[in-house]
Design a binder for this molecule. Sequence first.
Ligand SMILES: C[S@@+](CC[C@H](N)C(=O)[O-])C[C@H]1O[C@@H](n2cnc3c(N)ncnc32)[C@H](O)[C@@H]1O
Length: 260
Amino acid sequence: MSANSSHSLDPSCGKVYLVGAGPGDPGLMTLKGKTLLECADVVVYDALISPPILAMINPQAEQIDAGKRRGRHSMLQAEITALLIEKAQSHPIVVRLKGGDPFMFGRGGEEMADLLAAGVPVEVVPGITSGIAAPAYAGIPLTHRSHSSSVTFVTGHESAGKYRPAVNWQAIAQGSETIVIYMGIHNLSYIIAQLSLAGLSPETSIALVQWGTRPEQEILIGTLNTIEQQIEATGFQAPAIAVIGSVVALQSVLSAGVVS
Ligand SMILES: C[S@@+](CC[C@H](N)C(=O)[O-])C[C@H]1O[C@@H](n2cnc3c(N)ncnc32)[C@H](O)[C@@H]1O
């Protein structure tokens, strides 16, 4: 996708490429994204980017860690945008490297809009989102003709002051056979309580996939009734994707055929 022509773009300015790094396995990086990393002048990257992907970056490029972790932002969003604008004024190829897909819970839409408003040309290069890749590497298909014809991707961590109504967990529980939750671990008891109120059985299957597609991938499987105790007992931690629904049962069959 190219920059929107309704904005007046500065022709002397370099271009910012909003690149999705995928979920961690370097083999899941797109060819277009890899080529851009190899010829970038500046790369501004987020916290969850895996080391083999950072190793693809042009060694001559300026590399800036804008990594954000829950509760301790190393750079504010406005600072990142200002930095990208500044770098694009003096460099032809600026890559903004984001985990997974830039437009899936990655603030890519906001960053792109701010850059375009500042007259900076922008192009988005999609990546494979963790909500699809982590379950796949764990052996969980999100849809299956015998289990699920619908899937919802939802955030479990709503940012403070977000100009949106809260997530409607009741509608999701009733309308979707598979639920994929990003950033849900810290808020899991609230989410489970909401889904239970909406009528999901305590026996509903749930899988948590931590560091999906990376060598350190861990999977925890249980039910809505048991999973919190399992997290406590194992010390399971974010970052993880949660998958809720009967497709989770397929993991015991399909995990024999997935990447390990
Ligand atoms: C700010 S969101 C960014 C999502 C990203 N844009 C994407 O498309 O995957 C960060 C959350 O994504 C999920 N996540 C990202 N990478 C992951 C991975 N390799 N394994 C499991 N979950 C991951 C976790 O829920 C994490 O808290």
